[in-house]
Design a protein around this ligand. Sequence first.
Ligand code: URA
Length: 209
Amino acid sequence: MGNVHVITHPLVQHKLTLMRKKDASTSSFRRLLNELSMLMAYEVTRDMPTQDIEIETPLEKMTGQVIDGKKLVLASILRAGTGILDGMLTVVPGARVGHIGLYRDPTTLEAVEYYFKMPKDMDARDVIVVDPMLATGNSAAAAVERVKKLNPKSIKFLCLLAAPEGVATLQAAHPDVPIYTAAIDRQLNDHGYILPGLGDAGDRIFGTQ
Ligand code: URA
């Protein structure tokens, strides 16, 4: 699959496997999601631009490289996307955060927007749209569509788990948007859940089941 980056690092795979277990507690699920989000942030920001700055070490002057974290926008698809923010903000604390409220119509599985808030000056920023699960791909495609209207410099999509159906839908709608995921699972079930998956990510993050 073109433009899909599966992050196969052993630490990522290890933590994902622990998260999938049905008996993982809410607190360990959250902790693992935090850790995974930090690790995935490392991969998804690999091509972030850096600037040279002059600094002084205790021994001498040198040129170092820094990023401009505030040029990055983490656009969270509510509500499960929120679970990815803490970990990513730990490693890019200056990043701005946007929220996209979409719910999945239970009958059609189509995405319906109820909230949208992004930082200003989006045309000067790179956006990473985040949602733990890329299932049907309808929410992801709708979220990217909405963000594109603000003309950001670039858009990436980051999830923990993807279904082949979701990857196909997002890529068909937005072939220019790279997808970063820790795994591509087998398929969706009749209710739009990923198999084998990890269940309902929002319920597991927030303990609402
Ligand atoms: N959303 C979830 O939280 N889990 C799935 O398996 C699919 C969509």
